[in-house]
Write a protein that binds this ligand. Structure first.
Ligand code: SF4
Length: 461
């Protein structure tokens, strides 16, 4: 079985999008390193964003992420500056410095959005070029942002093999049964096989869970308006206050609380904040919201939540390897749908679900009801429908987990079959529903991506 590291899917990222922000940032940073490694002393840098990156890149801050990567910012570990501030700074400087040498680069001129290209190696393709003073090409690289912050190209190689198969959950469950271990134990063994000791696994889980909790906490206390033409007010702090004062007016405190937590993280993500890809930035609120609510209700120690994260990550890996976690490839079923399945599996594990059937059942139940879900973000922003969609998926995950632990019957459909269906549906889905902001809600409300005719002047509804 070819099971990649769980930390290839769960990692600290910057919002608003793992494929359109984090991935391009990592690609740009890699190209910057190559410029230095190859000893270029001067020239002009250029980036070309293609496919979905061109269609929704402005709303997803792809240009700012590219500028930050080329300029050498360390966004993963936090920077005091927001992405728009970084973009403005690079624009004003008209250059970036690599190994102390100046390379001309003005984002508004040297980042090109080209949605017309067809037959791309991936819907999220981007190219970097270094030219001399006469516009002659000196060096170039092509990258593919595969989803969840995974990138192929340059020194990053072919990436983690998303979409290429390698293992199924049925095989994993059989291996667990044969070895008498549970799913978290399976992931720990796999990490050891990949060279990661138990202490390092625990250290990373500690950081990830802390980053998830931190994103919830920041989202619950940060007010104001989200960036972009929607001028959308952040509402998690107000909802949190209301919930504490009106507990009797909600049908279920746990589901209301999970919704507020998910919205808190999703708003942080939309603001370009630090979140954990689970499996992506756009869907980053689902897993922490579901697990945090269960931890608070049942007082689970962090160590047990860490194991639930391993289970959730394993489910995300199964989707990434056998279908896709990229909205540009399969629509939102691959992002929020996968997040809901991950959260359901993690929640079911926390609730004592057995490895034989119940965890698989929880993931299957959650994902099944997201099949066919389109990615049609208004104005190409990760705000509407994305933020509320995180809340709905967290609640769906908790429901799927409780259905799974209450059921003692043979499952007619296994999780692997739903993943295969998602792949087929994603392949057949029209391009306008795959992170291009050209169809569905985006075409009715936002009239296409930001920057297209008429779309940058504010909502029409
Ligand atoms: S609709 Fe879903 S896949 Fe598309 S940007 Fe929003 S969260 Fe991501």
């Amino acid at each position: 079985m070819d099971v990649p590291s769980v930390f290839s899917i769960l990692k600290v990222g910057i919002g608003p999008s793992s494929s359109h922000t984090l991935g391009p940032f990592l690609a740009a940073r890699d190209f910057r390193g190559l410029i230095a490694a190859r000893g270029f002393a001067e020239g002009q840098l250029r980036a070309v964003l293609l496919g979905s990156l061109a269609a929704t890149g402005r709303g997803h801050l792809t240009d700012a992420a590219v500028a930050a990567g080329l300029a050498g910012y360390d966004l993963e570990h936090g920077t005091a500056k927001s992405l728009p501030a970084v973009l403005a700074e690079v624009q004003a400087a008209g250059a970036v410095h690599v190994a102390g040498l100046r390379f001309a680069f003005r984002p508004d001129e040297h980042i090109v959005f080209d949605p017309s290209a067809r037959d791309l190696p991936h819907p999220n393709t981007l190219r970097f070029q270094l030219t001399d003073g006469n516009g002659r090409a000196l060096y170039g690289e092509e990258y593919r942002s595969l989803g969840g912050g995974a990138v192929a190209g340059g020194t990053l190689g072919p990436g983690p093999g998303w979409g290429q198969g390698g293992f199924t959950m049925t095989e994993v469950v059989a291996a667990c049964r044969a070895r008498g271990i549970d799913l978290a134990g399976f992931v720990r063994e796999n990490e050891a096989r990949l060279g990661l000791g138990g202490d390092e696994v625990d250290r990373r889980l500690d950081l990830l869970w802390a980053a998830m909790e931190d994103a919830i906490a920041r989202g619950l206390c940060t007010r104001g308006v989200l960036p972009g033409p929607l001028v959308l007010a952040r509402r998690a702090p107000g909802m949190y206050e209301e919930l504490r004062h009106r507990a009797r007016q909600v049908l279920s405190w746990e589901t209301a609380q999970a919704s507020v937590y998910a919205i808190a993280v999703a708003e942080e993500n939309a603001a370009g904040g630090r979140v954990v890809t689970a499996p992506t930035c756009g869907s980053a609120g689902v897993v922490p919201a579901a697990l945090k609510v269960l931890q608070e209700k049942f007082d689970f120690p962090d160590a047990r939540v860490h194991d639930a994260l391993l289970v959730a990550g394993l489910v995300g890996l199964a989707v990434a390897k056998n279908a896709s976690i990229s909205g540009a490839e399969v629509g939102c079923q691959g992002e929020v749908g996968t997040a809901s399945a991950m959260a359901a599996a993690g929640a079911c594990y926390l609730l004592g679900g057995d490895v034989e059937d119940q965890v698989d059942r929880a993931a299957e139940t959650a994902l099944e009801h997201y099949l066919g879900l389109t990615c049609d973000p208004v104005y190409g922003l990760v705000q509407i429908p994305c933020i509320e969609r995180n809340a709905a998926a967290a609640v769906a995950a908790l429901n799927a987990a409780s259905l799974a632990v209450l059921t003692r019957a043979e499952d007619k459909i296994k999780f692997d079959a739903v993943v295969a269906a998602m792949r087929e549906i994603g392949r057949d889905m029209d391009r306008k529903y795959k992170e291009t902001a050209l169809g569905g809600l985006a075409s009715l409300v936002g009239r296409g991506p930001v920057g297209e005719s008429g779309a940058s002047h504010g909502p029409s509804a």
